[in-house]
Design a protein around this ligand. Structure first.
Ligand SMILES: *Cc1c(COP(=O)(O)O)cnc(C)c1O
Length: 412
């Protein structure tokens, strides 16, 4: 058997140090697509990640994909064949999800400001709405009444605790997401008289967590909170969404999540959960963990300048395509994303390197993809790859800023 290829942020490298997606170097895909910049996503890598996660889950636990991480239709279609459900956060994402053929009962809708029209579409489609306010509850009930339907509803709870280790917290303290745990009993009581089918609870606390123990603790707390609220519910809990938040390493010094440790903790939780909620299907909803490392953003060096001793590689891509890599999507201190030369991604210790900054074509100092990186000396025409770019890339960037064309996206 040939030994497995070495990997860089989840993607394989060949013997020449070229990144491989779909088994081919990025120069191949640049020719196939006929242009740079582009995002490229690797299906095999996504399938592998889903399989690893499924192997880590206790029997009967389900896995959902959060479409907002990457809503590219072909990629969502690919995920739809691998996971148990899709989570959407707008009517637009709802259409993408339904286009895949996923059964409506396996699609759920979260987000703090669902409009009446969106709630009505959700009720008509028969998807599960994660209700996040009293207004949403009554607007959904009115839509259900008008349509003569009884749509499934989960109550999204803003817990009375925070997730430890999450880079982005979305629960605990005052939040626009969900209803405070203290307010939940009143809403659950109100549901009894409305044409809504209570199915369970949605508990989503945070994102980008690399600590297994922080994630495990939040799941234990989620179960305890659901147990406290269940006596107020108008029916049995059949769906218990424990959230997600599994992170991927982006920055120097970050270590991948210890999935084995999280798996052990989830297995320990499985029996008490089943005892408390014998009818409930536990669900994890994940975005970036499933697709983040399966994607790269690729641009080309179009100029090379030396300014007062500092090398700048000017590329045809930038923050208008990849806001997160530029550090402008919610970082406190700017840190470098993993940025490499696509065909010389792993220079050996004897290979020549230089310090260079990778910038885009936008006339703003914010357009910095890599600040003083150590790279092999780059030539005009070389491909630059930003790794770990499969989530919160193309759709989370200000594509119209400065009027350059949008990036292509391809799934291989
Ligand atoms: C954003 C979001 C997710 C996905 O978060 P990731 O960090 O990409 O895993 C899942 N559920 C909800 C409710 C979200 O808002």
């Amino acid at each position: 058997m040939t030994p497995p290829l070495p990997r860089l942020h989840g993607l394989p490298l060949d013997a020449q140090g070229r990144l491989l997606l779909g088994g081919q170097p990025l120069s191949h895909w640049a020719e196939v697509l006929g242009q740079t910049p582009f995002y490229l996503y690797d299906r095999a890598c996504i399938a592998e990640r889903v399989a690893a996660l499924r192997a880590a889950l206790p029997a009967g636990w389900q896995l959902h994909y959060a479409v907002k991480a990457n809503p590219m239709p072909a990629l969502v279609q690919c995920l739809a064949g691998l996971v148990d459900g899709l989570d959407v956060a707008s009517a637009g994402e709802l259409r993408t999800a339904l286009d895949t053929g996923m059964a409506p009962g396996h699609v759920s809708f979260a987000g703090p400001g669902k409009r009446e029209a969106e709630l009505r579409q959700a009720a008509a489609a028969g998807i599960v709405v994660n209700v996040e306010s009293e207004r949403e509850l009554h607007a959904l009930a009115a839509a259900a009444q008008a349509l003569g339907r009884r749509p499934p509803v989960a109550l999204r709870i803003n817990p009375d605790f925070e997730m430890k280790g999450a880079a982005a917290r979305m629960g605990g303290g005052p939040r626009p997401f969900g209803v405070d745990a203290e307010q939940a009993p009143a809403l659950l009581a109100a549901m009894r008289t409305l044409p809504l089918e209570f199915v369970g609870f949605h508990l989503y606390f945070g994102s980008q967590n690399l600590q297994a123990e922080g994630l495990a603790q939040s799941q234990r707390q989620a179960l305890a909170l659901a147990e406290r609220l269940a006596p107020h519910a108008p029916g049995p809990v059949r769906l218990l969404n424990l959230g997600g938040g599994l992170g991927i390493p982006y920055f120097p010094g970050e270590r991948p999540l210890d999935l084995a440790a999280l798996s052990a903790a989830m297995h320990a939780l499985a029996a008490p959960l089943a005892a408390a909620f014998p009818q409930a299907v536990p669900v994890l909803e994940l975005g970036r963990y499933l697709v983040g490392e399966a994607g790269v953003y690729v641009c080309r060096v179009i100029d090379r300048k030396v300014s007062r001793g500092q090398v700048f590689l000017v590329t045809d891509g930038g923050l208008h395509h990849h806001l997160a890599a530029s550090g402008n999507l919610g970082q406190v201190l700017r840190r470098n994303y993993p940025v490499v030369l696509a065909e010389r991604a792993a220079p050996g210790p004897d290979e020549a390197t230089e310090v260079a900054s990778v910038v885009g074509p936008l006339c703003t100092g914010l357009d910095l993809l890599g600040d003083r990186l150590r790279l092999p000396p780059a030539r005009l025409g070389d491909l630059v790859a930003v790794l770990a770019s499969g989530a919160y890339g193309a759709s989370a960037s200000p594509n119209r800023f400065l009027g350059h064309p949008p990036p292509l996206e391809a799934l291989v």
